[in-house]
Design a binder for this molecule. Structure first.
Ligand code: ATP
Ligand code: MG
Length: 247
């Protein structure tokens, strides 16, 4: 059996009277591709924010590869091996695509020289490889502001991958991407994750994307996991179809 990479036990958080994490017990094994579905406001991003250290839970614990990481800083959690991307890409729009990857590389190494592109030859090779993986080598010297949304999303993910995580959590990697580009973005993203051997959780509203790319689906309702299992089972569950998918 593969390793339990991420685990939460009785994870709890309320904003005033609104319970956004209702004693969540959850386990993710390495190698999984978990899609998280749920209506707006169900608590998906909140769960990610707690796991990655942006929010502190009122109760319960988060474990990463066996270590209790509850309440640790986002920086320390990234160092431990869990990275995330945001619903809106967090890019430096004036920087070029290549500079963005240099910044991510420098951030991992804590070295200014790498930031300025003066890093080791191995850093440059790694960046070239990442540019090829996400199909942005020919746009590497353009400012990020030139990129369409799909490529911004891919660059954002690539910056997270430069941190060499074991687990990457993607909050809506295809939101804002045109319907015709969504599958291209997901194909590129999934092959990059496969190549880098990174386990992934992705929040996604599009059922076609979920059924095509997830190995498992967890459905969030009102701060809790209402169904969790194989994509075909969860997506055909009548309660999930009604309450989550609005069918
Ligand atoms: N800092 C905060 N203070 C108060 N309420 C918050 C805060 N952050 C989120 N909420 C509320 O908590 C609930 C869960 O929000 P969350 O962002 O986790 O939902 P979500 O499932 O990610 O939704 P979406 O699909 O729209 O991204 C929402 O009702 C939201 O308004
Ligand atoms: Mg959200």
């Amino acid at each position: 059996m593969s390793q339990v990479l991420l685990e939460t036990r009785k994870l709890k958080l309320a904003f005033g009277g609104l319970v956004v994490a209702n004693e969540i017990d959850f386990q993710l094994h390495s190698g999984e591709r978990l899609a998280v579905i749920g209506q707006n406001g169900a608590g998906k991003t909140t769960f990610i924010n707690i796991c990655t250290g942006l929010l502190r839970p009122d109760g319960g614990n988060v474990y990463f590869a066996g270590d209790d990481i509850t309440g640790r800083t986002p920086r320390s959690i990234v160092r431990r091996g869990m990275a995330r991307s945001f619903q809106l890409p967090q890019l430096f729009l004036d920087h070029t695509v290549r500079e963005s990857l240099q910044i991510a590389s420098a951030s991992r190494q804590g070295k200014l020289s790498a930031w300025m592109g003066l890093g080791k030859a191995s850093d440059r090779i790694e960046i070239d490889h990442m540019l090829d993986l996400i199909g942005l080598r020919d746009r590497q010297h353009e400012p990020c502001s030139n990129l369409p949304e799909g490529q911004r999303k891919l660059l954002d993910v690539a910056m997270s991958l430069m941190l060499r995580p074991q687990l990457l959590i993607l909050d809506e990697p295809t939101s804002g991407v045109s319907t015709e580009d969504k599958h291209t973005v997901m194909e590129t993203l999934m092959s990059a994750l496969d190549e880098q051997k990174v386990t992934a959780i992705f929040v996604e509203h599009d059922v076609d994307i979920v059924s095509r790319y997830a190995t498992r689906v967890a459905a969030w309702i009102s701060g809790g996991i209402a169904a969790d299992g194989k994509p075909a089972d969860v997506l055909s569950n009548p309660m999930i179809q009604k309450e989550v998918l609005g069918l």
